[in-house]
Unconditional design. Sequence first.
Length: 342
Amino acid sequence: MKKTGLIFVAILLSFLIIGCGQDASSTVDKEIVIKLSHVSSPGSARDLGAHKVKEIVEAETEGRVKVDVYPSSQLGGQRDQVEGVQSGNIEMVVVPTAYLGGTQPLITLLDTPFFLPPDLDDLKELYSSDAIRALLDTTEEVGIKTLSIWHTGYMQYSANRPILKPDDLKGLKVRVMASPILFEQAKTFGADGITMDFSETYSALQSRAIDGQENPIDTIFDMKFHEVQSDISLTTHGTLDQLFLVNQKWFESLDADIQAAIIKGVEEGQKVTVDSTYEAIERAKGIILSEGVNIHEVTPEQRTVFEEDAKPIIEFARNHFGEQGKKLFNDIEAEIKRITGK
């Protein structure tokens, strides 16, 4: 009887060991599924960049990681996505800098008009600098890691009249993203800054609830804003740049090789996004002009007037976020002067 009992215990233990081994193996082999969210339409520059991330991460990890891309605000608006990545409900998002205003306001320093270099090569050099990395690293204070900044074009104004000098904005209701600096920009130029979800902007322009908005030309085209606006003015007053954000705790829990695959994917996605943006801008310009919308060049003399009137906004940005913000701003400004020689 005693011998029979020992045999039974041995058999039971062997089953437990096999079961535990199977559990451990299934945990190791379990596919990791990553949600990557953005608000742009399928086929847009941002979407093409996101799909490049998907392609590289899945290839580099040989099927251990699957990336599901959610375009067109499927997982919520821009603010929802920032909250989602902060909470860990969404692993990765691509959102404009302005939408960090309620989470890490320092990031909105990048929204300062007539501050960043208007030359793309200069801007790329700036974005690879230690000064910009120091700013991007501040998102880790709120549990979000910024892997990269994706440039998606320079801001241009659209309205039902040309915007060739600051006075042309006076009295207009202009949709801006929810950034304190962008509200200050509108106020300084005499406009009324209105914030609303990106998806609501077309109907607001159509109904004349707002008079104008600011975006790169390819975005204006993708969102069909040119259908309800008669004029686009090439003010190049700011940038629409995206932050590639991940939940910090989640990212740091990943194996080093998976982290490396994601970083590689994000770097390649950034290149695809920039190249696709400028191809799309040239394509959009031609179509918009053919549909009877006016595109106005801003002369160097007109730009100088804008830059002069924007000086109070630059000082607002420099001083709005305390000593930490001032140091970050001054370091970026010094880097811009080094790069541009101005």
